[in-house]
Design a protein around this ligand. Structure first.
Ligand code: HEM
Length: 497
């Protein structure tokens, strides 16, 4: 056959298309190159130059956090009616199904790092709804280290590599945490065995942030979302996770891919916690404080739906590396809350994706919404969607578009007035240790879990400078005096030199 008869993207693995240069010119041999006898190679050999030049540009920036990950496609189904709370189209109608793509990840490691590292896990979903893509960019733990958006870059720097040694650095790690003790609740989760999940299939997901579910009449409720694994929670101990990191650093990636290949489709049940604005005002905890949970005894879980992952990607780079999730990808019926960390995130994700993938990242097939139409965003590198053809790039009176009305003026809770302040979210105080102390008691209900926690902290903290160790013992003593003493004793036993 002299040439191919269909576009490259439609060939399936195993077909035998004609090999060509990038401009489609058939090539006699993938190995041959043009040269003068056994002398220099020729600049006219486009096949060689094309191949080398493309190879030279294969890498794009890895994600600044959550660089190592795995993903798959699936489907969400509504199991319970929530139309009393929200007009989100995807949630409207029991039995309604919506396609999705998921990506799981570790946070601090590079793209080639070990899957079983002690780290929170990213848990991202992109739903392709009729009213736009709705992204849930969640984690596997219910709270986070920070509640001030300014702290994210500096906190992450302490979890990554030391600028001089290029090594992970226990002093830096604990120096940050012990001087920002609002982190302690998340530290309690991270250093329990939940910090080393057995697989992506065996962990829950949490929105952590408060969002708002809205209705067209302008009313709304505050919600937090929980994704509960139907496979059950399964974790590694510290030593099992370390052994797996050495033997198979890609264990979680392999586990997810092979489970789906075997037809063992993992699923999660979706629940929400709901507070009315009036309840939120009287609630013991500030609902915009990302370091606190809404205790389930006070705010029960309400079932919403279920999702299942049932298809592996055909191409990892195209579909998983290039997928771009953002908490700002919302749809009618859901809005961000005033949580300052969430507000910071609304900016950060599309910003980094314009850098990581380019300004037209929403045109990449895995990111492309079903029904988007925005001809006022034109041109730019890699505009591959036809660039809206002859449609005017402004709101033309000759070719008006259809503009859909949005909800009426929002209720009292959304009318903000006040002076500009430049302040931290809140000073750390006794209330910041209450939920961490409760978690310490919860760990005590499963035999061995408190011991594992103390051990997991000790073998990490022992690498930190003595001043930092002392301050960290104080932090754990603020949670529980006995816990502080046990961590001191176990850590000092492990200190070398
Ligand atoms: C101010 C705080 C935060 C900032 C500035 C921030 C920033 C970022 C950035 C820049 C990325 C890389 C995105 C990309 O390259 O596509 C990322 C990834 C991610 N972040 Fe955050 N983040 C913050 C807090 C959080 C919190 C609180 C959560 C969980 C509730 C979270 C969950 C994730 C997840 C799951 C990913 C991976 C997304 C994927 O799979 O592609 N982040 N974050």
């Amino acid at each position: 056959m002299a040439s191919n008869t269909k576009p490259a993207s439609t060939f399936r693995y195993g077909e035998k298309p004609v090999y060509t240069t990038s401009n489609g010119c058939p090539v006699e041999s993938p190995q041959k190159f043009q040269r003068i006898s056994n002398g220099p190679v020729l600049l006219q050999d486009f096949h060689l130059l094309d191949l080398l030049a493309h190879f030279d540009r294969e890498r794009i920036p890895e994600r600044v956090v959550h660089a190592k990950g795995a993903g798959a496609y699936g489907e969400f189904e509504v199991t319970h009616d929530v139309s009393d709370l929200t007009s989100v189209d995807m949630l409207n109608g029991v039995g309604k199904k919506t396609p999705l793509v998921a990506r799981f990840s570790t946070v601090g490691g590079e793209k080639g790092s070990a899957d079983t590292a002690r780290d929170p896990r990213g848990f991202s979903l992109k739903f392709y709804t009729q009213e736009g893509n709705w992204d849930w960019v969640y984690n596997n733990t219910p709270v986070f280290f920070i509640r001030d958006p300014t702290n994210f870059p500096v906190f992450i720097h302490t979890q990554k590599r030391n600028p001089q040694t290029n090594l992970k650095d226990a002093t830096m790690f604990w120096d940050y945490l012990s001087t920002h003790q609002e982190s302690v609740h998340q530290v309690m989760t991270l250093f329990s065995d939940r910090g080393t999940p057995y697989s992506y299939r065996h962990m829950h997901g949490y929105s952590r942030h408060t969002h708002k579910f809205t209705k067209p009449d302008g009313s709304f409720v505050y919600v937090q979302t929980h994704l509960r694994t139907d496979q059950g929670i399964k974790t590694f101990t510290n030593e099992e996770a370390g052994k797996m990191a050495a033997e198979n650093p890609d264990w979680n990636t392999q586990d997810l891919f092979e489970a789906i290949q075997r037809g063992e489709y993992p699923s999660w049940s979706v629940f929400i916690q709901v507070l009315t604005p009036e309840q939120a005002e009287k609630f013991r905890w500030n609902i915009f404080d990302l370091t606190k949970v809404w205790p389930q005894a006070e705010v029960p879980l309400r079932p919403v739906g279920k999702f299942t992952l049932n298809r592996n990607p055909e191409n990892y780079f195209a579909e998983i590396e290039q997928v771009a999730f953002s908490p700002s990808h919302l749809v009618p019926g859901v809005e961000p809350s005033a949580d300052p960390v969430l507000q910071g995130r609304l900016f950060s994700y599309p910003d980094t994706q314009r850098h990581r993938l380019g300004v037209n990242y929403q045109q990449i097939p895995v990111n492309a919404p079903l029904n988007a139409f925005n001809p006022f965003q034109r041109d730019g590198a890699m505009a591959v969607n036809g660039n809206y053809g002859a449609n005017p790039g402004y709101p033309s009176s000759y070719h008006p578009l259809t503009y859909k009305p949005v909800s009426p003026a929002l209720a009292a809770h959304e009318q903000w007035a006040g002076s500009v302040v430049n302040a931290v979210f809140a000073e750390v105080g006794p209330a910041d240790y209450v939920q961490a102390a409760a978690l310490w008691q919860v760990l005590g209900r499963t035999p061995g879990q408190q011991d594992n926690f103390v051990h997991n902290v000790a073998v990490h903290l022992c690498g930190a400078h003595v001043d930092t160790r002392e301050r960290t013992y104080g932090m754990f003593a603020n949670v529980d005096a006995g816990l502080g003493a046990r961590i001191r004793e176990e850590t000092e036993k492990n200190v070398k030199n």
